[in-house]
Design a protein around this ligand. Structure first.
Ligand code: FAD
Ligand code: NAG
Ligand code: NAG
Ligand code: NAG
Length: 527
């Protein structure tokens, strides 16, 4: 049973980055002036610690190993992950706790041309899936404003080809697509020399002309490009809400454009986390799960950093120690790390993700439809036209949720009955009143999940994520190099927060580190 799915297939993917140069994957040729004899003389194995085994940390490890090998520098990578699993914000849980039915709980989709992820799929022989809930009645996707559907797309075909879209919104969709392609084209320059590797996100954004895009809100940036009106309100805002829990009035222009780059959305069969798991495996890094890094101390005289770790398992020996380089691949504000890092705390979205299984289809009455009318399978939301958009957690507004998706039909392994797997994104946990309304069953007496009959909801999983920043407009981004031997990938989160971009930042840091080693080696050889 293929169960991973996510949010809107056609509209809501993230980071539809189209590769400019397809043949140049991530193992591009690096020509280093290497000197094997040097390493032998020094007996110098570079010790690297990575904090976090998500997209950023896994990509750092993989690319460090590739670049160091190419430069003939012996390397020993240790990855510390406080969770018991690899993937971080990209992870699955199993419907009915059945391991054959994994469902994405975090990062769900990417596009075929996301260079690093797609290359990982190929290199590690993973398979992908695209289709959703085919065969289940109802339109593929719709936008609900809390009172009515302002847009309905019947079929599962490409978003931009929809004649209806053009008929309803005139040339705005085409102009938005053109603008998106220009912006994404600039972003893609970050993958290749001379822009790659970049030492500062702020500078690279400036050099590529992207600061003007991040400085404006999505709404402002679109208006500057003569895109206003119903298309922005109905469609672009639905997309920024499902992807980043933010109305288009408050999210920055770059992230709004990324939300519209949705061609060829897909996911790894069995779970996207496998890409990161395979990267770590291929890097030969030592992976310490259930090991939190609790502190990083400034360079001792030797020039190395001390890393303190704590395992959840008291029998597990301490794996921390001293390292030449430490890469922090997680948002520092949630890392619970002692140290002086000079990274600003920024507001992150607290997103409630609810996965559940039920034999019921969505209730037409809940969506003000007549009882014989099937409800669309993916429901995005926008605010009604008379409602002022707010920012922060109040941004969800009167519709009360960001999205409801019927992901897949599936057979309940206990009853053998036909059921459906749903995913809800909201800023409050959906209560039994909401759930019974949404699925059209009798509201239970009590408020607790246990009061809901298994006949109505047979399995439910609730997760509160610090999912991504609120992505407010900004013109400076966090540093990449925090000090000697100390690196940070998660500044990427407030620029573009996706699996691909965090993997790109990991690759970038890997290249900066190895370039620095090579530079030092050359300098020392010239002495
Ligand atoms: C609900 C949801 C939906 C999303 N949808 C999409 C989508 O469709 N497409 C997409 O591309 N992106 C999506 N994203 C965003 C994407 O998941 C993230 O941008 C990406 O996974 C972040 O990767 P990361 O490695 O930077 O951080 P993380 O995945 O957060 O990894 C950081 C890791 O560091 C660990 N850690 C933290 N502190 C410590 C410590 N002190 N010691 C040891 N380990 C530590 C954490 O446990 C974690 O595993 C979504 C996110 C969420 C939450
Ligand atoms: C590699 O790092 C580990 C810590 O994770 C350490 O125990 C080991 O001695 C190191 N090995 C080499 C060859 O440097
Ligand atoms: C790749 O996967 C397919 C099935 O998914 C398998 O048949 C094949 O042997 C795999 N190839 C490699 C090189 O692992
Ligand atoms: C349902 O739709 C009717 C018109 O179709 C409208 O008058 C009514 O206000 C709607 N009800 C709700 C709860 O939105």
């Amino acid at each position: 049973m293929r169960l991973i799915h996510c949010i809107p297939v056609v509209l809501a993917s993230c980071c539809g980055v189209r590769a400019v140069d397809e043949q140049n994957g991530f193992g591009e040729q690096i020509i280093f002036d290497d000197d094997v004899a040097f390493n032998e003389r020094a007996g110098n194995v570079k010790q690297v610690a990575i904090v976090g085994a998500g997209a950023g940390g896994a990509s750092t490890a993989y690319h460090l190993s590739q670049y160091a090998t190419a430069a003939n520098i012996p390397i020993n990578i240790s990855i510390f992950e406080r969770n018991s699993y690899v993937g971080g914000r990209t992870t699955t849980v199993n419907a009915w706790d059945d391991p054959t039915k994994p469902v994405e709980l975090g990062g769900s989709i990417f596009v075929k041309v996301n260079k690093i992820l797609n290359y990982a799929v190929e290199t590690f022989n993973l398979s992908t899936r695209q289709e959703s809930s085919a065969g289940v009645p109802g339109a593929a996707l719709a936008v609900w404003d809390g009172q009515e559907f302002v847009f309905v797309q019947e079929g599962n075909y490409g978003w931009w080809d929809t004649a209806k879209l053009l008929w309803k919104y005139g040339t705005a969709p085409i102009r938005t697509m053109r603008l998106m392609r220009t912006v994404v084209g600039k972003f893609l320059e970050m993958y290749d020399a001379p822009v790659f590797p970049f030492e500062s996100l702020t500078e690279v954004a400036h050099d590529l002309g992207l600061l003007a895009v991040t400085a404006a809100t999505g709404e402002q940036y679109l208006a500057e490009n003569d895109i206003t009106g119903a298309f922005v309100k109905d469609i672009i805002s639905a997309s920024t809400r499902v992807n980043y829990a933010t109305n288009v009035r408050y999210i920055h222009g770059l992230e709004a454009m990324v939300c519209m780059a949705a061609e060829d959305a897909h996911a790894v069969h069995g779970g996207n986390w496998q890409m990161f798991d395979r990267m770590i495996e291929a890097s030969n890094a030592k992976l310490y799960l259930d090991n939190a890094v609790t502190g990083i101390h400034p360079p001792a005289e030797s020039g190395s950093l001390t890393v303190d770790t704590q395992s959840t398992d008291s029998d597990d020996p301490i794996h921390g120690g001293t390292f030449d380089e430490v890469v922090i691949a997680t948002p520092l504000q949630f890392a619970n790390l002692r140290g002086d890092f000079d990274i600003d705390e920024i507001p992150y979205v607290q997103l409630h993700v609810t996965l559940l299984t039920s034999p019921h289809l969505l209730s037409p009455a809940f969506f003000n439809l007549s009882s014989e009318k099937p409800v669309p399978k993916i429901i995005l939301t926008v605010l009604p036209s008379d409602e002022e958009p707010k920012d922060g957690p109040d941004g969800v507004g009167s519709p009360g949720f960001f999205s409801i998706s019927l992901l897949d039909p599936a057979v309940n392994p206990e009853t053998n009955g036909q059921e459906y797997i749903y995913k809800i994104f909201s800023s409050e946990p959906p209560n039994s009143k909401f759930l019974s309304g949404m699925l059209g069953f009798q509201q239970p007496e009590g408020d607790s999940d246990d009061d809901i009959s298994e006949k109505d909801i047979s399995w439910m999983f609730r997760k509160l994520w610090d999912s991504y920043p609120y992505e407010f407009p900004r013109v400076t981004f966090e540093k990449i190099k925090l000090g000697d031997g100390l690196w940070y990938t998660s500044g990427m989160d407030s620029f573009i927060s996706t699996m691909e971009t965090n993997a790109l930042m990991g690759k970038n840091v890997a290249r900066l580190i190895v370039d620095e080693w090579v530079g030092k080696r050359q300098a020392s050889l010239q002495l």
